[in-house]
Design a protein around this ligand. Structure first.
Ligand code: FES
Length: 84
């Protein structure tokens, strides 16, 4: 799984899908900044999170996640920003 922005909430390449609602509900709520980046994620689901924002803790032991079928990574997808 790429983490193009290294956890600075500037991409959605670390998008993961928590497969079990019980574990999803144990996570801290996403911040507005995380939700903004999740809105850009490919294949967003109700249990999507940015992996870099999930803090590991003992209660999450056994949590399973799935990776989306694709990610949007402008750094490697050939995106060239246009001047304004
Ligand atoms: S690595 Fe960019 S938001 Fe997680």
């Amino acid at each position: 799984m790429p983490g193009a922005c290294e956890g600075s909430l500037a991409c959605s390449t670390c998008h993961v899908i928590v497969t079990d609602m019980e574990y999803y509900n144990k996570l801290e709520d996403p911040t507005d900044e995380e939700n903004d980046m999740l809105d850009l994620a490919f294949g967003l689901t109700e249990t999507s999170r940015l992996g870099c924002q999930v803090i590991a803790k003992p209660e999450l032991n056994g949590m399973r996640i799935a990776l989306p079928a694709a990610t949007r990574n402008f750094a490697v997808d050939g995106y060239v920003p246009k001047p304004h």
